[in-house]
Design a protein around this ligand. Structure first.
Ligand code: NOJ
Length: 569
């Protein structure tokens, strides 16, 4: 196996001074800001209304100027896009709509030239129904060996008319679909996404080869989709209770989530990554019980796992502090660093989420939104404050495209344009995830606000011109400039240490009542973040000179509600 010069990865590790004065190489991912690119909606270079690799290439200077360390690109493989590309037809090729393999290779190399790492999405739980393996399995008779790469089985009942188990799909409805010959195949997601059988040696070897393929092309890391789902209970028991959720929280010995057999597979992946230079990494999308997560982060398994606690958290000083405290401790226990995520392509954008009345269940994207009582300004203010929370913390922060523009959820997409399988599978009771996947507005004017020359695959809501990167660039009060400034400050002040101390605001001039509504932390470098979750302004224990950046209001004055500030202390 050869490591290509294009990996360019080793150059990005930072050197940090330790307490005894020695120098340590710190793997880049421990402190990275990783920008998530939903490629379909990022930038369209050829006017077909769909984002593509060359569009992304053209925006690399923007990402460099934003100051991110890495990009994670949602699946870009050949795919019929039944689930936005999480239905992969060929893991070694790029979707026609997105470009060519040569474009992808050029992207990786150019990103490296800009000092940006590239994390590729790997989808090991399921393929597309159009993957050559499934096409073969489907067209072969029952009992044919090609069927063993998937979970294809007879059903229950005399004529096999009932599915093999009562398991449900995460997108709604049964997790089994019947083939014309009477057998059933398992799909924990859409029917277009058959689950692979990870007991099959060819499946295991195939993924080692796929990882090798992308490592050899310079990929610096992998985001692993549904990392907790790949191994199934091969006795296929019925479940006592079924729920359409990704989490194994309430169920012991779950038949398809978080099974022990996952770990031996991940060890083989980690061994492979370890043979490459440049701190190649893997980050798991693993929805498991908090006490089980460390198992995934053992030194011979994943480097990191997404922590979705903040993304799911209500707007509360106490909740945020507890999550931060726990996450930092948990990561330290396993020698990893915490990860921070406010949003991604699967959830309602935080600028909208935070403007909903407390207690609203936003997780299922109600078809009836927007809520009349949605408070747009409040959501925007809180999202800006939350940005300073996560950009100031130690560890890795993942920023979803458009977060830096303060984009809201596009609530009112017309039903006829909805593309997310959730819409159909929920019998039109849930709008699904399209509202957070609308193409990025780059320019103030033009048919798709600079996204491309054609009609974008999802329409941009009226009034998005003001959210465009062009409208915000250079405007000191804009969300884009807030992100740029904070990321630049983090590089100089926050990135060089992994220390964090949660501060008691009563020790910094606030009374008990105020303190209960304030989050305050300090990094080893002195970078201090203070957030006011309450309803009245609070005094900032810093002089105007030591203040670095605020998410709103005027430096040197009390901190407004729903606002954050950084200062040195
Ligand atoms: C998690 C991905 O983030 C989501 O977008 C996708 O639908 C499912 N996994 C299935 O691959």
């Amino acid at each position: 196996m050869t490591n290509p010069p294009s990996s360019a990865s080793g150059s990005h590790s930072e050197t940090a001074a330790t307490a005894d004065g020695s120098q340590n190489q710190v793997p880049w991912w421990r402190r990275a800001i990783t920008y998530q690119v939903y490629i379909r909606s990022f930038a369209d270079s050829n006017g077909d209304g769909t984002g593509d690799v060359n569009g992304l290439r053209s925006k690399l200077p923007y990402l460099r100027d934003l100051g991110v360390d890495a990009i994670w690109i949602n699946p870009w493989y050949a795919s019929p896009l039944a689930d936005g590309g999480y239905d992969v037809a060929d893991y070694r090729n790029i979707a026609e709509q997105y470009g060519t393999l040569a474009d992808a290779e050029a992207l990786i190399s150019e990103a490296h030239d800009h000092g940006i790492k590239v994390i590729v999405d790997v989808v090991p739980n399921h393929t597309s129904e159009q993957h050559a393996w499934f096409v073969e399995a489907k067209s072969s008779p029952p009992g044919h060996p090609s069927r063993n790469r998937y979970h294809i089985r007879p059903g229950q009942g005399a004529d096999s008319e009932q599915p093999p188990t009562n398991w449900t799909s995460v997108f709604g409805g049964p997790a089994w679909t019947r083939l014309p010959d009477g057998e059933w195949y398992l799909h924990l997601f859409a029917p277009e996404q058959p689950d692979m059988n990870w007991e099959h040696p060819e499946v295991r070897q195939e993924f080692l080869d796929v990882l090798t393929f992308w490592l050899d092309r310079g990929a610096d890391g992998f985001r692993v989709d549904v990392a907790h789902g790949i191994v199934k209970d091969m006795t296929f028991p019925d479940m006592a209770e079924t729920t359409e959720v990704l989490v194994s929280n309430t169920y012991d010995n779950h038949p398809h989530w978080d099974r022990d057999g996952i770990h031996e597979i991940i060890r083989t992946w980690r061994s492979l990554l370890n043979t490459y230079d440049g701190d190649r990494m893997m980050v798991a999308e693993a929805w498991v019980r908090p006490e089980r997560l460390p198992l995934y982060l053992r030194p011979d398994e994943y480097h990191q796992s997404f922590n979705f606690d903040l993304l799911e958290a209500e707007w509360s000083a106490g909740v945020f502090s507890t999550i931060i405290d726990k996450a930092v401790a948990a990561a330290a226990d396993v020698g990893s660093t915490p990860t921070w995520v406010l949003s991604n392509h699967d959830v309602m954008r935080e600028a909208t989420r935070y403007g909903l009345p407390a207690g609203t269940d936003w997780r299922r994207w109600p078809a009836t939104g927007p809520a009349e009582d949605l408070n747009v300004g409040l959501g925007q203010r809180r999202a800006r404050a939350a940005a300073l929370v996560v950009l100031g913390l130690p560890g890795s922060t993942y920023v979803y495209q458009g977060e830096e523009l303060g984009l809201p959820e596009a609530w009112d997409l017309p039903e006829e344009v909805l593309d997310d399988p959730v819409w159909e599978r929920s019998n039109h009771t849930q709008k699904g995830r399209d509202g957070c996947r609308v193409p990025i507005p780059w320019a103030k004017d033009g048919p798709s606000l600079g996204f491309g020359d054609g009609d974008p695959w999802l329409p941009q809501p009226a009034g998005w011109s003001g959210f465009s990167a062009e409208a915000q660039a250079g405007q000191p009060d804009s969300t884009l400039e807030l992100y740029r400034r904070a990321i630049a400050l983090r590089r100089t002040l926050g990135a060089a240490d992994e220390d964090l101390e949660l501060l008691d605001p009563t020790q910094h001039g606030l009374n008990e009542a105020e303190s209960a509504e304030v989050l305050m932390y300090r990094r080893g470098s002195g970078l201090t973040c203070m957030v006011n979750f309450g309803s009245a302004p609070v005094t900032v224990p810093a002089s105007t000179e030591t203040e670095l950046v605020r998410s709103g209001g005027i430096a040197g004055t009390p901190l407004d509600p729903d606002t954050a500030v950084w200062f040195t202390a």
